[in-house]
Write a protein that binds this ligand. Structure first.
Ligand code: AMP
Length: 112
């Protein structure tokens, strides 16, 4: 399903891109919830973690590796929060798999 994230991948709308390879893209969230807040998405149009197929295992692994690499590049030495909202109950708004990385402040638990 094509979403606004497909347009970011295609450079049809702007985003502050932090990392790109053949599998993933990382860019800053337009509505940051922490001093550092970026998203890591697969270029493949996967809806959510609830919609994975077997062939997506390496893609998801690469996205998590990119989240870790970019978090380090962004200087998040004190730690960070990784979030993947899935489906309606998970609060997912954009139906293209994405991992939020939030840092630069103390996170609380439980999330809302
Ligand atoms: P979720 O609620 O997990 O689906 O999160 C979607 C995220 O995408 C939200 O944090 C939005 O702020 C973010 N977002 C939506 N549109 C854009 C955009 N054009 N560029 C960057 N981030 C976006």
């Amino acid at each position: 399903m094509a979403t606004i994230f497909s347009k970011i991948i295609a450079r049809e709308i702007p985003a502050e891109i932090l990392f790109e390879d053949e599998v993933c893209l990382a860019f800053r969230d337009i509505n940051p919830q922490a001093p550092i807040h970026f998203l890591v998405i697969p270029k493949k149009e996967i809806v959510s973690l609830a919609e994975l197929s077997g062939e997506d295992e390496q893609i998801v692994g690469r996205c998590l590796m990119v989240a870790s690499l970019v978090a380090a590049e962004q200087g998040l030495t004190g730690g960070y929060r990784l979030v993947a909202n899935a489906g309606q109950d998970g609060g997912q708004e954009v139906p293209h798999l994405h991992f939020h990385v939030l840092g630069g402040r103390q996170m609380s638990w439980p999330p809302g």
